[in-house]
Design a protein around this ligand. Sequence first.
Ligand SMILES: CC(C)(COP(=O)(O)OP(=O)(O)OC[C@H]1O[C@@H](n2cnc3c(N)ncnc32)[C@H](O)[C@@H]1OP(=O)(O)O)[C@@H](O)C(=O)NCCC(=O)NCCS
Length: 202
Amino acid sequence: MQKKSLSGLSVLDLLYDSPPYASYFRRLPVLETRDLILRPLNKADADDLFAWQSDAEVARYVLWQPHQSVAESREYVRGMRSLYRRGLPSSWGIVKRSSGRVVGSVGVMWISAENRSAEVGYSLARPYWNRGYMTQALSAVLRSLFEDLDLNRVEGQCDIRNPASGRVMEKCGMRLEGVLRGRIFNKGEFIDTALYAAVRNR
Ligand SMILES: CC(C)(COP(=O)(O)OP(=O)(O)OC[C@H]1O[C@@H](n2cnc3c(N)ncnc32)[C@H](O)[C@@H]1OP(=O)(O)O)[C@@H](O)C(=O)NCCC(=O)NCCS
């Protein structure tokens, strides 16, 4: 439940410190790479999303549970569109150019105007793993965050048992800064995470 503050901002808005960036998230830029188009999600994407959001292997190291029905993927899209409308940190759908299908997502988990920093997260359908797709997608997002939002620092975290994710961040120019022990409680256990970051001019 969100409460409205006197300024008209919701608690969620304040938590994410996003108002300076609201116009960016209200109208996420379309980002293009060799094989992919990153664009806002819409209702018609729910079936494509369910195809991989229902895969327990994809969900193994992320903070969401595999979807049990397409209704959950529809709800995910509704939630995402609500974030777009409110100008809050949100995700792009990753569309494979050759098929037009939404094969993954990549997005901003939180953003801080005070520190000009943000955290990214991403997932891709299993049939497309290890083809360099997430490296393309994350590179495009990092470029946009640094160039369009003038951020100073972008972080990403992965379960230390998920080296493919760490490798993606490394290939995108992010550096391993350390392991955060028991940083996240996920799927019934405390997880050690590897923290990566890209920092402007460093
Ligand atoms: C992690 C994930 C996004 C990677 O996407 P992807 O498109 O396959 O990534 P890329 O192809 O760009 O790069 C993967 C790299 O990891 C490497 N890799 C794959 N499995 C690996 C493993 N078990 N150990 C070490 N490296 C591994 C690949 O060899 C490749 O590196 P290389 O180009 O140097 O050979 C994808 O596997 C995924 O969506 N997983 C499920 C969701 C998830 O874990 N999201 C991240 C949460 S933090």
